[in-house]
Write a protein that binds this ligand. Structure first.
Ligand code: PLP
Length: 398
């Protein structure tokens, strides 16, 4: 008889966005004329910028001829992309990261979810609460249920400090944060790096929203901290940076020094293990995709992708200003595509109110964890016309 992986039964059965989709579908069925504006799921709306489109067209032409045809590529990613990443995302900002420490993938979700395969079944995990659910669910699927929640609240600015008694082996940190939109200062991240080095623990740093940082001095990478090369892995994604949610590309940085430990206490470097894992289970992001990603690093690509991110940030600014004028406390925006709004009440009830009375879809904070109760997340990913319309509707009902 086939024995199922019973860990799957321990995951929360309804995924947050499935429940939202269900409620939106019911509302739509009852109100077929309703013009629904979706500020819930964090998916981009603006097209790929011209520099990337041109590069991908050229790559299609490469694949169309014998001379420049590319079949299977290196699983870790093409050197042309890894070298640009190391130079532009890290070395130009004073961080010492080499191209061979970067492994290109088809996005940050897979890497955030798969990385836990490198660790023992008994490692203790710490995550923020509220949290991007992938960190938690992928560990539960692997049988790890020893998960500490670090409350991210208005009191700590949604950035928990390492608790004195935190005995976790791995902490997932995500800044700019999904869902709270909060950013961490260098001192706050440095405290975690010092904690991890002192404990021989590991930071899994998710920088999927790095491109939204505009405030000078806010760290773009965990490697801006002293000593992070020995204790941190970083995930990056082109999804929100360059509108790649459909194209799919990202990368993970595993410095040569970062290690886990075997039963005898010997240090085992993680970079060869992650490379082995990827070369065994992943066959690389497509050549066309990686040529598109490379174009992000051209002067035109940098300017064009920045302009799109600025456009989303302006959406956030407009919504944040309107909500604050209505008397709501709002975190995020500014350096993040997400607004985290204190609704002073039940988050699903507030979600339903906005859906039913304004035809506006948001995300109830409770879906991201217990500490998310009392909040909703609003995404800035939409057209300007929809954002302005949503603002008018919210003004009418709130
Ligand atoms: N990490 C965080 C915090 C996210 O919010 C998301 C996407 O919503 C991802 C990772 C996944 O990014 P990707 O599209 O690269 O898989």
């Amino acid at each position: 008889m086939l024995h199922v992986n019973e860990n799957y039964a321990k995951i929360k059965p309804t995924y947050l966005f499935a429940e939202i989709a269900h409620r939106v579908a019911a509302h739509k069925e009852a109100n077929p004329e309703a013009k629904i504006i979706r500020l819930g799921i964090g998916d981009v709306t603006e097209p790929i910028c011209p520099a990337i489109v041109a590069a991908m067209h050229r790559a299609v032409d490469d694949e169309a001829g014998r001379e420049n045809f590319h079949g299977y590529g290196p699983e870790q990613g093409y050197a042309f992309l890894r070298e640009k990443i190391a130079a532009v995302d890290f070395r130009s900002r004073g961080m010492d990261i080499e191209a061979d420490e970067i492994l290109v993938s088809d996005g940050a979700k897979c890497d955030c979810g798969n990385i836990q395969e490198l660790f023992g079944p008994d490692v203790k995990i710490a995550v923020g609460d509220p949290v991007y659910p992938v960190y938690v669910d992928t560990n539960i699927m692997a049988g790890r249920t020893d998960i500490r929640l670090l409350p991210c609240t208005a009191e700590n600015g949604y950035v928990p400090a390492p608790p004195a008694d935190c005995d976790a082996d791995i902490v997932y940190l995500c800044y700019p944060n999904n869902p709270t939109g909060a950013v961490a200062t260098l001192a706050q991240l440095q405290a975690w790096v010092d904690w991890a080095n002192a404990r021989k623990a590991l930071i899994l740093f998710d920088a999927a929203y790095e491109a939204f940082i505009r405030t000078p001095g806010i760290p773009h990478s965990i490697y801006e901290c002293m000593g992070a090369r020995t204790c941190a892995i970083e995930f990056r994604s082109y999804s929100k940076t360059a509108g790649f949610t459909g194209i799919r590309c990202g990368y993970t940085v595993v410095p040569k020094e970062v290690c886990a430990y075997d039963a005898a206490g010997n240090a085992v470097p993680l970079r060869p293990m992650w490379t082995r894992r990827q070369t065994t289970k992943f066959n690389g992001a497509s050549y066309i995709t990686q040529r598109g990603a490379e174009a992000i690093y051209s002067p035109e690509g940098q300017a064009q992708t920045r302009a799109t991110v600025d456009f989303y940030l302006e959406n956030g600014r407009l919504m944040k200003a309107a909500l604050q004028a209505l008397g709501y406390e709002v975190t995020g925006g500014g350096d993040s595509p997400y607004l985290w709004v204190n609704v002073k009440g039940d988050s699903w009830a507030f979600f339903d109110k906005l859906l039913k009375e304004a035809n506006v879809v948001t995300t109830p904070g409770a879906g991201f964890g217990r500490a998310g109760e009392g909040y909703i997340r609003i995404s800035s990913f939409n057209s300007r016309a929809n954002v302005l319309e949503a603002v008018e509707r919210l003004k009418k009902i709130l």
